[in-house]
Design a protein around this ligand. Structure first.
Ligand code: NCD
Ligand code: ZN
Length: 378
């Protein structure tokens, strides 16, 4: 019964009747759309990914390597990746977990703390392997305890980043206990992000995993040096999926799923063709027992079906022709990296997702476990 409900309402889609596919509006069908049910696109990149560490790498890395050419690797390990040296060692462990022959490239990040020195930024840039620094407000999410307690402490380091052109990726939520969890992103925009962008007029910022209509507008109205990632779960689900008719721990992530109006605004932004919105899955694996718990961890494991989920969302919006820009062009352009040259092909053919997958010595429940996704990687 529980499973049936989850199945039936996971696509509580908005009313899309009357939406005209982009290629029909323009009158010419782009070369990328062979038929309505096959799409070939430049190989995408994932601009926000958690791979964890140790023996689980072998179970997590291959899913992303199969789909994406590159990924921005989040540094919220225990202990966090705060130095270039630690990032270089972590990168080697990720490379070693790739399937044979894979060219998947982990783009490393540093975890910003109150004490990250400007000299560490110089080392990071000189290394050539660090592509961003991640700001977690302390206490905002999984393994953020060493994060920033007061942004005032980071200005010299942020200025060094601005000078060197190193991107700042932000988990954009305030953390005060008295702020409602559904309002934490909205309040971050005007209270922290606005002043931060003004104080550092050359700093390049990626606002990670947008979840609200307000964040969509903030980015659209923001400067050219402000980009944003959007996850598949926030394009496909709202808070009813998480909470109505039973609490579903595998739909719990941070920032938390919001209202249907927010989901609609995110889908509109992602499918708009606007170059500063791009793909970042925020695939965040946690062992089953850590999710199905009285105090379950935040994070949704989407890596095994990530690009397929985005294809579902774009198909729902009648915007498959815009998937390539969002998934494969905008992020690379924003990070100043070359676009990939090979391609992937997705076929509109349902694929069953196993109820459980191996995760080190434990097991993990991916999104759509025991259910299916509409698209299959050819
Ligand atoms: C992430 C994790 O588990 O590391 N969890 C999540 O819900 N997204 C951390 C994060 O990105 O907030
Ligand atoms: Zn994340």
């Amino acid at each position: 019964m529980y499973e049936d409900r989850a199945r039936n309402d996971r696509r509580a889609a908005p009313d899309n009747q009357g939406t005209i596919p982009f290629w029909q509006m323009t009158g010419t069908r782009p070369a990328t759309l062979h038929r309505m049910d096959t799409i070939t696109l430049t190989r995408p990149d994932d601009w926000h990914l958690h791979l964890r560490d140790g023996e689980v790498l072998q179970h997590v890395v291959p899913w992303s390597a199969e789909r994406f050419a590159r990924a921005i690797i989040m540094p919220n390990l225990v202990p966090p990746v705060t130095t270039t040296e630690a990032a270089a060692a972590y990168r080697e462990r990720i490379l070693a977990a790739r399937p044979a022959g894979s060219g998947f490239q982990p783009l490393m990040t540093l975890y910003l703390t109150d004490n990250t020195a400007p000299t560490e930024i110089e080392r990071a840039v000189a290394s050539g392997i660090i592509h961003a620094v991640k700001l977690y407000p302390a206490g905002a999410t999984t393994n953020s305890d060493s994060g920033v307690t007061d942004i005032e402490r980071c200005h010299d380091t942020l200025e060094a980043m601005a000078e060197q052109g190193l991107n700042l990726c932000i988990h954009g939520e305030v953390t005060h206990a008295d702020t409602d969890i559904f309002d934490r992103e909205k309040r971050f925009l005007n209270e922290i992000l606005g002043p931060l962008l003004e104080r550092h007029p050359r700093l390049r910022v990626v606002l990670e995993h947008l979840t609200t209509a307000e964040a969509v507008d903030f980015v659209r109205n923001g400067p050219e040096r402000l980009g944003a990632t959007i996850t598949p779960q926030h394009l496909l689900m709202n808070r009813n999926h998480l909470l109505a008719g039973g609490i579903r721990p595998h739909y719990y992530c941070l920032p938390i799923l919001k209202r249907e109006r927010d989901r609609e605004a995110l889908l509109e932004a992602a499918t708009s063709g606007h170059p500063r919105y791009f793909l970042g899955t925020d695939s965040a694996p946690h062992a089953r027992g850590d999710k199905e718990s009285a105090c379950g961890c935040a994070g949704i494991f989407t890596a095994p079906l990530a690009i397929e989920l985005y294809a579902e969302a774009f198909a729902e919006a009648g915007a498959l022709a815009r998937l390539e820009g969002f998934a494969s062009h905008h992020g690379a352009d924003f990070y100043g990296l070359p676009r990939n040259t090979d391609t992937i092909t997705l076929v509109r053919k349902p694929r069953e997702i196993p109820a459980l997958m191996p995760y080190g010595g434990q097991e993990i429940v991916p999104l759509r476990a025991g259910d299916s996704v509409d698209w299959t990687l050819a």
